[in-house]
Design a protein around this ligand. Structure first.
Ligand code: AMP
Ligand code: MG
Length: 352
């Protein structure tokens, strides 16, 4: 399959610029498009054939459901059994980086929801994503535009790397603002939610709108072999570079000492903070911004993981984020990318 590449300026484009892409979606094809979280690989969410093509293009297991994207929160009505809490969440966070899981209606094929009787709904704020959905006239099923298990794509070049020849078109609309996938919540009662995947809409922000927010244990811990998580995607290895990644926690001085020691031993890559750069040798470091700036870290995280595969080196080390605010989303992605490998270096007291 030949993949067409369209460059579209998110600041100034007209509906005509998205005509061809919308036609492809309507006729059952696949289009990679930018959103404010990460790039998505989209198809008609009411067409099970489109969903099958998405699973095949990504190499994604078909029991891992797709999020459906609508242009306006109220457009979820024909597809999901909505409730007042959904509209409260929509008022605060939509369009934006929040996905809400509700019972599904028959208009959405079970292929899209991986056989589940619920459906995940998101309304993206990115102008290109929003216009593409509106022009297609159907909700767009769109998982992150990465080959299953790999770091999500946050720019068209990454999507092209993974999907050239596997999709009909790719829309290049620049870098994704947040760089991490949406926050996912499931509505569990009139005023209760369970947080299944942390993202730019934080736990604290959700608590301002809903009085009972529970964080699913699977956000931070490893799944047992026989466990069936509420969010099927949690059971798969995710976001991972090809090289082994380990996270380094504990005291900041000990972390630095550990990174320096690994650099002396050679052949490694360190994903570090601004503040650590001047203490490290410049070879093989990838700076993801200040330790105090989790937004910037989120923006750069997946490109850093992709870059670590391209630089020379056999092993990758990164700081273990704390779990406050946006840190929880960074922690959740990195801990999966590292397959839960965490090192807490201790200084050997016999060494000065
Ligand atoms: P991605 O599309 O790659 O951002 O991943 C979407 C995530 O949403 C996956 O982890 C899915 O398992 C999860 N998801 C989508 N729909 C549902 C649903 N109906 N119930 C639970 N989790 C869902
Ligand atoms: Mg994904």
């Amino acid at each position: 399959m030949k993949t067409s590449l369209f460059a579209v300026d998110p600041e100034k484009f007209t509906d005509r610029d998205l005509d061809t892409a919308a036609k492809i979606i309507r006729s059952g094809g696949l289009v990679v498009f930018p959103t404010e979280t990460v790039y998505g690989i989209g198809g008609d969410a009411t067409n099970s054939r489109s969903a099958e093509r998405i699973y095949a293009a990504k190499g994604r297991p078909s029991d891992n459901p797709l999020i459906i994207h609508v242009a306006d929160p109220a457009d979820a009505e024909p597809y999901a059994v909505t409730c007042p809490l959904y509209y409260r969440l929509a008022k605060h966070f939509m369009p934006g980086p929040l996905t809400v899981i509700m019972p599904k209606k028959d208009t959405i094929p079970l292929t899209v929801t991986g056989g589940l009787d619920s459906v995940a709904v998101r309304c993206p704020s990115h102008p290109i994503a929003n216009a593409l959905i509106r022009l297609s006239g159907v909700p767009i099923a769109a998982p992150s535009a990465n080959i299953s298990g790999r770091p999500s794509a946050t720019c068209a070049a990454h999507a092209l790397h993974d999907f050239d020849g596997r999709v009909d078109a790719i829309i290049d609309g620049g870098e994704s603002r947040f760089g991490m996938e949406s926050t996912i919540v499931k509505i569990t009662g009139e005023d209760s939610l369970i947080l299944l995947r942390p993202g730019a809409v934080t736990f604290d922000a959700l608590c301002c709108v809903c009085s009972d927010v529970t964080v699913s244990e699977t956000v931070t811990r490893m799944l047992r072999e026989d466990e069936r998580p509420i969010c099927p995607g949690m059971k798969y290895r995710h976001y991972a570079p090809e090289k082994p990644l380990a996270l380094v926690g504990g005291d900041p001085d000990e972390r630095l000492r550990f990174f320096r020691q690994k650099q002396q031993e050679g052949n490694c890559i360190i994903i570090c903070y601004d503040e650590q750069v001047r203490f490290l040798s410049p070879d093989g470091i990838i700076n993801i911004g200040s330790a105090a700036d989790p937004e910037r870290q989120g923006h750069l995280l997946f490109s850093a993981l992709r870059l670590s595969d391209e630089l020379p080196g056999d092993a990758v080390y990164a700081n273990l984020p704390d779990t406050e605010g946006l840190g929880l989303a960074l922690y959740n992605r990195l801990i999966r990318a590292a397959a839960h490998t965490v090192i807490y270096p201790r200084r050997d007291p016999s060494v000065n």
